[in-house]
Design a protein around this ligand. Structure first.
Ligand SMILES: CC(C)(COP(=O)(O)OP(=O)(O)OC[C@H]1O[C@@H](n2cnc3c(N)ncnc32)[C@H](O)[C@@H]1OP(=O)(O)O)[C@@H](O)C(=O)NCCC(=O)NCCS
Length: 166
């Protein structure tokens, strides 16, 4: 499926963003720390506010529905703001394997390069598609949090990864 180039979302994209975000949480509960039921209960304004305060890029398909997205968060506090965080990375299954994830991550990292010294993220152990993709961008694993997520009674470790932009 062909996708548009990634663009930065704003509050006006809240409804489309909400659809894709809830799909990601519903279909891949083990890949995200956020919980589908908790976010599904949030009002649309909550998603609009997130798009105002966070940086989220997304790409759309031919019918304008969003196919993939990624977030970049830079802490506001002085002692943390050298480290940006990649979060909420998702591409719909039908659009995977054709470079959309790469394009989204490239957009987020291009912005991070101008503002942060390092980018960090966590990925659930065993998520080979994501791990390989991050490694291709130069991310390296610097730790592992055991039992980081409990999903439907099953515990999952998370791999902690970092990319130096220096
Ligand atoms: C991770 C994800 C965003 C990648 O999106 P994508 O559009 O398929 O990514 P791309 O097409 O740009 O890149 C594919 C790359 O991922 C890796 N990859 C994809 N599918 C893979 C698989 N089944 N096994 C191993 N590696 C795989 C490869 O490194 C591949 O690189 P290549 O082009 O050199 O072969 C997508 O798989 C996804 O949304 N997964 C579910 C949610 C998730 O796990 N999010 C990450 C949370 S940390």
């Amino acid at each position: 499926m062909s996708a548009s180039p990634p663009r930065r979302l704003g509050p006006a994209d809240a409804a489309a963003y909400r659809v894709l975000r809830l799909e990601a949480l519903r279909l891949h509960p083990e890949a995200f720390a956020a919980d589908w039921a908790e976010e599904a209960a949030r009002p649309l304004d909550w998603f609009a506010e997130r798009l105002e305060t966070s940086q989220v890029w997304a790409a759309a398909g031919p019918n304008a529905a969003l196919l993939g997205m990624v977030g970049l968060m830079r802490p506001a506090t002085a002692k943390l703001r050298h480290k940006a965080v990649i979060w909420g990375f998702y591409v719909q299954s039908g659009a995977r394997g054709s470079g959309l994830g790469t394009a989204l991550l490239t957009a987020a990292l291009t912005t991070a390069r101008g503002t942060a010294e390092e980018v960090r993220l966590t990925v659930t152990a065993g998520n080979e598609a994501a791990l390989r993709l991050y490694e291709r961008f130069g991310f390296h694993a610097y730790g592992r949090e055991e039992r980081a997520l409990r999903v439907a009674g099953h515990d999952h470790d998370e791999v902690l990864m970092a990319l130096s932009l220096g």
